[in-house]
Each structure stands twice: as C-alpha cells, then as structure tokens.
Design a protein around this ligand. Structure first.
Ligand code: F6R
Length: 594
C-alpha cells in the first residue's frame, strides 16, 4: 500500500504536479517517495528517504525535466524505507511505480538474475521492471512488454510504467489495489485515488480488477482481463480542494475532529435504510461483522446496540482472524463489513469469504468507488468526506452513527434513543468548545509511559478505541480492559505511574459497577482520569485524580459523544510529545496488504 500517480501531458513541467499529487497521497504511506520524468528520450529519477518534504527539498534543488512522469509515496513491505528501495524502480528503458505485493517475486527474481539482470534493491517491485526490460530487449513494443510482464505477476498490484521512449504510451494496470484514470484537457492522468486527481481534473474513471490502460496525452484505452477494449464510466468527482486542505488547523486530524458535529448532523438528517437491507438483517439468524482496527471497534460498539435494542445476535471478529478461521456462517445469513477506505485487504478478504458462504453482503463505507463497494450487495454510506489524517476520527463517528441508526431502524419504536441521536451534534459542539481543558489533561497524561483505559458495555470497545488512538499517534503504551475484567490479572500493573482513563457516564446503568472498579484502582495507588458528566464527577469525589465533565448524555449515544474527548486526549498528547499526529511512524492510512 502506497500512493501512485502518473501524468501524460505535453503541457507544463511534470515534477511539481507529481509532487502535489504525492502530497495528497501521503496518507497511503510516507516512509519514502520518488518521481521519474521523461525528457530527451531518457528517464530522470529523484528519490528520497522519509516524508514527502524530503523529496520536495530534493526537487527544489534539482527538478527533473519533462512534462510526463510518474510518482510514488511508499509504505515499506519488502525492504526497508531507504532511498535505494524507494520507487520508481527503473532500468535505462523503463520506470515503474507499484502499490501492492508481488507474491511470486522471489521465483521471478531468480529467473531474471539467470537472464543476466542485476538487482539493486530488496523490493518485490524491482522484478517488474526487469521483466519489462527483458521483454523489450526481446523485441516487444512497450505495450506488449508491459502486458506480458503483468501476466506473470501473482499478488496484488496497481502499477504505472513510464518508458524511456517519447513515442511510447504510459501503461497502467490494476489487480487488487486501486487505480483511477483522470481525464484532463489534452492530458491524461493516473492515480491511486481521486484525491490526488482533484487538482488536475474532476473527470475520473475507476479501473476494475484485471484492467490495463494504455495512455497517451490525448486519450486512454482501457483493456479488460479478457483483452477486450472496454468503456468504463466517467464520473465527476465532487472532492474539492477545501475538503482536502487543512484550513486553519495545524493537522488534518484536528480539522477532522472538529468536522464531526457537522458530519453527524447531515448524516443523521439523511439516515434512511433501503427496505432490502432491513429485510436481510431481520431475516438473518445471526449477523456476522468484521473489520480492522478502529472500524472493528465500531463494529463491537454496534453489536451491543444491535443485540440489546434490535435483539439481533451478532458475531464480531477482526477481519484478519475471521477469514482464516473459516467459521460456519448461517444459511441465508447476512454479513456486515465496516471500512473507511473500502480497500483494507484483510476486510476485503473477509467479505469475499462471507460471499463464498452465500451471505448477503452489507458494507458501511466512507470512500466512494472502493473495491468493497463493488463487491457488496448493499452499501451504507458514512458521508464523512475525505479523511486524510492517518488516525480515523470523523469516519469512526460516522460509522457508529450509521450502526446506531441501523439498530434503531430494526428495533422499531424507540423515541428516546432517536431523540438522543438527533441531539448528539449539539452535545459534540459543547465538548469541542472545551478543548483547552482536555488539552491540559492530555499534557499531564503525556508525562506517563503506560496507561489503561476502562469502560463497560459499549464503552468497553470505545475504551479500546481510545487506547488505540493514544498509542498510534503519541506512542504511549495504552491498554484497554472491560471495567469488570482488569481485576482478573492486569490490575497487577497498577501503581502511581500507570494511570487509568475511565469512561463512566452517570446515566449508564452500569455506573455503580464502574464506580467500584475505579475504587479498586484508587485503593492500589492508581491515578484516574474520569470522563463522566457533572453528576458522575461529583459522585466520584476525590477517587478520581483528574476529571472532565462531558455533557450529560443518553446512554445509547454515549459511545459516540465520549469518542471526542478520547480523540482530543490522544491528539494533544501527541502534540505534547512532538510526534506527527497526521503521519505517525510505521503507519499508513489504508492497509492494502495482509
Ligand atoms: C486507526 C485506524 C485504523 C483503521 C483500520 C481499518 O485510527 O484508522 O485502525 O481503522 O486500518 O481501516 P479502514 O476503515 O479503511 O478499513
């Protein structure tokens, strides 16, 4: 998983446009980046280890010539994040950028080395460039050489080839990871997504799996997996520059946290479900749910709602385990998958397993035109808009909202819960207005190396989400436990250097249980940051070391409201620790590898 871009144009210099596209693709990976351009019948490459800024510096000092080029931002899979391993990989005849994993690269490498090719990187991708070069040296034209090389690849890829030949087309191909064509005026673009294409064009075609595309500055010909020329729909992308800019915010994550009341307001107003979706859910003996990371925690919160309100039995699993567990699924059952990107490979493969078992596939998705969308029977949209910060925030709130709406739609007459959902955006605004208080608490937490998060009921998976957010952007070790569970072992960790964030609204039927759990921690010298409402804070008295009074909220919507202080705690802890909240180390936003 990486971001790729290609520009086939005779207009302005390619390098600055490639760089801008890569900046927009950086959420897909940011451990190294590079570009290759074509000028004077030769390829010109610039690559840099580290974030896009390092490449930008190189280009500012020495921009490669030419109006055509390809670019790549990397999340390392094979070979460390060094300049040598950065894409594009190239010979003197062809350069390639690749997103995905070539599973048979070792065998192909042996074959290419036997044919005299010298490898210089530890990547799986380099084999592609040698295959194409070999084909060219055997007299194939660029199109045939690229197509024959793609025929040999096993695994997942989106690739773009740039040839050291002014008369050659640019060639792209996709198998398992996304690639889109952008239609300009007298120029054509390729990119991993429509965000990268947004400043170049709004007219976009998403390739299907197995498609290849032959691109000149004037046109693009799409060829399907059977070798036939095909027409794919051209869509008008609605992504605007403002949506993919940071505005006045220091980070995308901060902007996206603050967008939540508006996103949820719109979403809740338009929340209607196709009757067929509700019928499929009403008919299934058990609902299978699978997702990864934050989206999996959203599923777990949703399962509490679906089971308690709609009495729908749910089986939730993380997608990477689910698919290999090969669980028996109910006859005529339904399966629900949740994903911001719609491209997470573990979730996609879980979806494919469920489909192979005859399940009706329903997906809750944010990104438009994703692979999961194409492979689902029904899609419920979160309408959160582009989420660029690597840590999911507004998409999570929107996923929870859709799940809450679904539980209500299935449960029937629930006026109190429905009113609580409608009231939620106003309460969210109140939390955001008190960000300074939360920032102060986050600065205190940032002084610790470890911490615990606890909650009960749907606030238990939410505690897991809070701890995930904290560890992924501030690098503080954070564990999460159900309020009643940590005394069965983990309580041994607790001392004055191991604080606990406790999620305990006083309106929750389990508040008194949580109160006992907090007493147990305090009795062992544990420091507690209590997230509750004014009544809860008053009831806990001096047991809590610190507290933040969240507005009083109906227990049904508490998991969505309490998400906000958790996000802000993590964000401000990251600021205090000086980490990069938008691009934390070792991560990328969409994980399209296993
Ligand atoms: C954490 C985070 C990840 C994603 C996970 C699934 O903040 O963003 O845990 O939730 O990688 O991604 P999607 O939702 O795109 O399938």
């Amino acid at each position: 998983m990486c971001g790729i871009i290609g520009i086939m144009s005779d207009k302005g210099p390619a390098a600055p446009r490639l760089l801008e596209g890569l900046t927009r693709l950086a959420y897909r990976g940011y451990d190294s980046a590079g570009v290759a351009t074509l000028a004077g019948g030769a390829l010109h490459r610039r690559r840099a280890e580290g974030k896009i800024a390092a490449l930008a510096e190189k280009l500012a000092a020495d921009s490669p010539p030419g109006t055509r080029g390809i670019g790549h931002t990397r999340w390392a899979t094979h070979g460390g994040p060094t300049e040598i391993n950065a894409h594009p990989h190239a010979t003197d005849k062809v350069a390639v950028v690749h997103n995905g994993i070539i599973e048979n690269h070792a065998a192909l490498r042996v074959e290419m080395e036997a044919a005299g090719h010298v490898f210089t990187t530890q990547t799986d991708t380099e084999v592609i460039v040698h295959l194409v070069t070999e084909n060219l040296s055997r007299g194939m034209d660029p199109r045939a050489a690229a197509f024959a090389a793609l025929d040999r690849l096993e695994g997942a890829y989106a690739v773009v080839f740039l040839f050291a030949d002014e008369g050659a087309p640019m060639i792209g191909g996709r198998c398992g990871t996304p690639l889109a064509v952008g239609w300009g005026e007298g120029e054509v673009f390729l990119a991993s997504d429509s965000y990268a294409l947004a400043p170049l064009t709004s007219r976009v075609t998403f390739l299907e799996d197995g498609d290849r595309v032959v691109v000149t500055a004037q046109e693009a010909q799409i060829v399907d997996c059977a070798g036939s020329t095909v027409e794919r729909p051209v869509r008008t992308s609605t992504i605007s520059a403002a949506q993919i800019g940071k505005g006045d915010h220091k980070h995308f994550m901060h902007k996206e946290i603050h967008e939540q009341p508006a996103v949820l307001g719109e979403l809740i107003n338009g929340l209607v479900f196709e009757p067929a979706v509700l019928e499929a859910l009403a008919a299934t003996p058990r609902l299978t749910m699978a997702a990864c990371g934050t989206a999996a925690y959203a599923c777990r919160v949703g399962a509490y709602w679906l089971e308690s309100l709609a009495r729908l039995p749910c089986a939730v699993d993380i997608a990477s385990e689910f698919r290999y567990r090969t669980p028996p699924l109910p006859e005529k059952g339904a399966a629900l998958f949740v994903s911001q990107s719609g491209e997470t490979l573990d979730t996609l493969e879980a979806l494919r397993y469920a489909r192979s078992q005859g399940q009706t596939i329903i997906s809750i998705l944010n990104t438009i035109e994703s692979t999961m969308e194409r492979e689902s029977d029904y899609v419920l949209r979160t309408h959160a808009g582009p989420e660029i910060g690597v840590a999911s925030t507004k998409a999570t709130a929107a996923q929870l909202t859709v799940l809450a709406g679904l539980a209500l739609a299935l449960a029937g007459d629930r006026p109190d819960e429905a009113a609580a959902l409608r009231h939620l955006p106003a309460l969210m605004v109140e939390v955001l207005e008190r960000e300074t208080e939360i920032a102060g608490l986050a600065r205190v937490l940032a002084g610790f190396t470890h911490m615990l998060y606890i909650g009960r009921g749907p606030l238990y998976p939410l505690a897991c989400e809070g701890s995930l957010k904290m560890k992924e952007i501030s690098y503080i070790h954070a564990e999460a436990y159900a309020g009643g569970e940590f005394k069965h072992g983990p309580i041994a960790l607790i001392d004055e250097d191991f604080p606990t964030v406790a999620l305990a609204p006083s309106t929750d039927p389990l508040f008194d249980k949580m109160r006992s759990n907090m007493e147990e921690l305090a009795a062992r010298g544990g420091k507690i940051l209590l997230l509750s409402d004014a009544d809860g804070v008053a009831a806990m008295g001096k047991t809590a070391t610190w507290s933040f009074a969240v507005p009083e909220v109906h227990p049904f919507t508490a998991p969505i409201l309490y998400l906000l202080p958790l996000q802000l705690l993590a964000y401000h802890a990251a600021l205090a620790k000086g980490t990069d909240a938008d691009q934390p180390r070792n991560l990328a936003k969409s994980v399209t590898v296993e």
